[in-house]
Design a protein around this ligand. Structure first.
Ligand code: ADP
Length: 244
């Protein structure tokens, strides 16, 4: 096989891997939202159920759990090299709307962990322009950032989401008061499969793919992703994107 053909195959393979990673992350978030709804139903939080109804809900819950397990497995075995580019369908995206949607997806998770999620909404006089982006892919990024902020926080902590404008860009920030990132590991945080020691200790479930994928998506938009460490502990991740 010619070198150029090998390169092409490699690129296609990497592209497929990225699509799998992104879809699996998204699937996991949707399944987590479903899990919370089923749990509320079966706990009787939305009214008493007949035993027949309850049995069905338990079946649905179990099957959902199995799917979450499968998706996690998919994420963990999806090793890829990363030369291929993703395709972006660009349109004006309202980041406030996206934040509200993603917060809803994580209501169950944050409730279970006792971590509050607060969207510091722009004031009435402050107009946040739309950004130019691929809505579904930006959703994956925000899911990753919020998922991490919750995962690396403890009961009673709070996560704050906010939006800001600077010249031609809009910045979205996700701030937590969680475990932070040690100085010696900060430069590796966006590497594929990298997980810091304190993160592994706190949460043994993780793929080290979320930030890698997020960086790829944001840079594919010509945007920027970075983080700041908070003085009193915790991390703030930012993404900035061009106005539509
Ligand atoms: P993971 O599946 O491990 O969360 P990510 O790619 O999303 O993978 O993140 C890579 C690593 O970056 C994490 O394992 C953790 O060490 C660090 N990290 C990401 N977000 C945070 C955060 N909000 N607080 C502290 N560490 C974080």
């Amino acid at each position: 096989m010619e070198q150029s053909e090998i390169e092409k195959l490699k690129r296609m393979n990497a592209f497929k891997s990225d699509v799998i990673s992104i879809s699996a992350h998204e699937l996991r978030t949707s399944l987590s939202a479903l899990k919370w709804i089923l749990k509320m139903l079966s706990d009787g939080d939305l009214g008493a159920l007949s035993s027949e109804q309850n049995n069905l809900i338990i079946k649905a819950y179990t099957s959902n759990e199995r799917m979450i397990g499968l998706v996690n497995e998919m994420l963990s075995v999806n090793h890829a090299d990363d030369t291929a580019e993703l395709k972006y369908i660009l349109e004006p995206v309202d980041l406030s709307e996206l934040i509200n949607d993603v917060i809803f997806d994580f209501t169950g998770e944050s409730y279970k962990k006792g971590v509050g999620i607060i969207f510091l909404k722009p004031t009435a006089g402050e107009h946040i322009p739309m950004v130019r982006g691929d809505r579904d892919k930006l959703r994956v990024v925000l899911q990753n950032l919020l998922e991490n902020a919750i995962k690396y926080s403890s009961q009673g902590d709070k996560v704050f989401l906010s939006l800001g404008i600077e010249n031609d860009t809009v910045t979205l920030s996700v701030k937590d008061t969680g475990i932070g990132i040690q100085e010696s590991e900060q430069s590796r945080i966006f590497e594929k499969f990298f997980r810091a020691d304190n993160a592994k200790k706190k949460e043994n479930v993780g793929s080290g793919l979320g930030l890698y994928t997020s960086k790829k998506i944001i840079e594919g938009h010509g945007g920027r992703i970075w983080f700041d460490l908070e003085k009193n502990g915790g991390t703030t991740f930012h993404i900035s994107l061009s106005k539509a």
